[in-house]
Design a protein around this ligand. Structure first.
Ligand SMILES: [Zn+2]
Length: 317
């Protein structure tokens, strides 16, 4: 009897442990560091307040596609090559003055060791032949200046890092030295979309719903600059205690005619009308909870819980 009792106690202990560990996995973790690549480059723009100048991040929504690089607000500043490389492509408006500008403005691509490429867009007029005609260009050599060519809202450098001949695009922060940023993202509103109508779900609100509707969340990452509305790097969505989705923006790959992230999620899986898409959620009657953990690239984390009440009704909505 004594043995049986002990076995029972051990079993209970095991179950409790499994439940605790299981729950723990959806709570903020310290060890989900973003993928750092082995190779490290230098920043293309050398500026003291660089962190404040990074105005857009990798993976943000651009309506119907991902923002595939990092934007640095800048005009007429020297751009240094991020690592030793070779010119693979350049296009300036001077090449064909009669051609309509496609939006990217003047741009230059380089190849680097280990299968990386770097690309620079919206460059100021005036190709630097002296540098670009070299067989190999050294790390840190200035090859262009930042400008405002092509379609851009304000002068900035759009900066892209690709691998595998351009089929994989990665978050440039993965190969660049850390910049100062100790601020977590800002989780703002939970949004329920019914047809053309958006409803912001307020805390402790009661809602009448008849079926599943798309639920999304508005959030951004200001970093050091309060004027910025940059994208987040990853998030976890926990609906009524269950981890239902994790979204990450560390790389996108071109596969079967579509860009997908590292979890095989497409743009439409990740965004709903420009907001982060949690899912077409089926709520239970009564109290419902959605918890969100959002993180920037440097693992500054935010957590927010939304609680609301669902009254299931019959009918159109
Ligand atoms: Zn950009």
């Amino acid at each position: 009897m004594q043995v049986k009792k002990r076995t029972y106690s051990i079993l209970v202990l095991l179950v409790v442990m499994v439940v605790l560990i299981g729950n723990h996995s959806i709570l903020p973790q310290e060890n989900d560091n973003k993928k750092q690549e082995k190779i490290q480059f230098i920043w293309p723009i050398d500026s003291e307040d660089l962190s404040k100048k990074i105005s857009s991040l990798f993976g943000e929504s651009r309506g119907d596609h991902f923002h595939n690089g990092l934007d640095i607000s800048s005009y007429n500043e020297p751009i240094s090559l991020i690592g030793e490389g070779k010119l693979i492509y350049s296009k300036y408006s001077e090449d064909n003055p009669f051609e309509e500008d496609l939006g990217s403005g003047n741009c230059i691509w380089f190849s680097h060791d280990n299968g990386y490429q770097s690309a620079y867009y919206h460059l100021k007029e005036g190709r630097n032949y002296e540098i670009l005609e070299k067989i190999s260009i050294k790390s840190g050599e200035v090859f262009a200046r930042t400008g405002n060519t092509g379609h851009s809202t304000g002068a900035h450098l759009h900066f892209v890092i690709t691998k595998d001949g351009g089929k994989k695009i990665i978050d440039p922060l993965r190969v660049l030295p850390k910049v100062e940023d100790n601020y977590p993202p800002d989780i703002k509103q939970l949004i329920l979309t019914i047809g053309e109508k958006y409803s912001v779900i307020k805390n402790n609100e009661s809602l009448n719903v008849s079926r599943n509707f798309p639920v999304s969340v508005a959030m951004n990452d200001k970093g050091l600059n309060k004027a910025h509305r940059r994208g987040i790097s990853s998030a976890r969505f926990i609906v009524n205690g269950e981890l239902t989705k994790e979204i990450r923006f560390q790389e996108i790959s071109y596969l079967n005619g579509k860009w997908i992230n590292e979890d095989n999620l497409t743009f439409d899986d990740l965004y709903f009308d420009g907001k982060y898409f949690i899912g077409n959620l089926e709520f239970r009657s009564g109290e419902n909870k959605i918890e969100i953990i959002a993180s920037d690239f440097y693992n500054n984390r935010a957590y927010k819980k939304f609680t609301f009440f669902i009254n299931k009704i019959r009918g159109k909505y």
